[in-house]
Write a protein that binds this ligand. Sequence first.
Ligand SMILES: NC(=O)c1ccc[n+]([C@@H]2O[C@H](COP(=O)([O-])OP(=O)(O)OC[C@H]3O[C@@H](n4cnc5c(N)ncnc54)[C@H](O)[C@@H]3O)[C@@H](O)[C@H]2O)c1
Length: 275
Amino acid sequence: MKDVMILMGAGQIGMAIARRMGQGMKILVGDKNLKNAEAITKIMNEAGFDALPFETDLSSRKDIKATIAKAMEYGEIKMLVNAAGVSPSQASIETILKVDLYGTAVLLEEVGKVIAKGGVGVTISSQSGWRMPQLTAEQDRQLATTPTEELLDLEILKPENIKDTLHAYQMAKRCNEKRVMAESVKWGERGARINAVAPGIIVTPLALDEFKGPRGDFYKNMFAKCPAGRPGTADEVANVAELLMSDKGAFITGSTFLIDGGATSSYYYGPLQPQ
Ligand SMILES: NC(=O)c1ccc[n+]([C@@H]2O[C@H](COP(=O)([O-])OP(=O)(O)OC[C@H]3O[C@@H](n4cnc5c(N)ncnc54)[C@H](O)[C@@H]3O)[C@@H](O)[C@H]2O)c1
């Protein structure tokens, strides 16, 4: 038996984190698109890791439970990396809420029931949720603590209250960070930690779809005018995840870390301020 990592989402960010943290572990690479999981698994196994592809849909509790059951065939679950998701240019409002919001909430809940003592997790939210106006304290509480099966029935998530796919994505990512706070209390009871990383524009297939999509110019302007003056890389996101998941991060749980080249700062107080 080995310590097991569940990597949900066989994308660039997920792989970068798994490569940073997964040596010596069994890594179950879950993705809705099996081809992506197989591709990442091949790259990792050819680099000395022990990874296994697994077809699974983050938006399905049944699939999440099957992923956990599969992982536990190899040993205790010591790490969770959730880097699966769809972006505003890739999917409908309904799909974004089902995958990014509901699916993430269920994954944190289900893994939180079995995570090993000393276990750690990260989930990838987004800077996008940071440029939305504050929600009320009551709305934040609803996103943090509403039972997972009732989340999508919340008034603030009803289709008539979601403007467009970007708004859906922002609500999903805000919810991710609130769930991390609430879940960290439960994970803590098992001696485990869970945090979120909120990246800015990171060059991955997901971001490339955004550059080509209806908001392409908006995104290119965003990284050009942020203090860093460029988009980030998945390996830079892994630098933050490494801090959070290693012993150096032992006092960090229930937190979200923004890594966006300063784009959020520029949006509020610099050249990216909306006119
Ligand atoms: N790239 C960016 O600029 C950026 C910025 C902020 C946040 N993020 C977030 O980072 C995470 C990882 O994205 P990435 O940029 O590495 O993208 P990516 O396209 O490289 O990887 C995303 C993976 O998620 C998988 N996926 C999609 N829907 C799924 C589902 N229902 N079940 C299981 N797997 C599913 C895709 O098949 C894909 O392999 C996402 O949550 C995204 O919202 C990305």
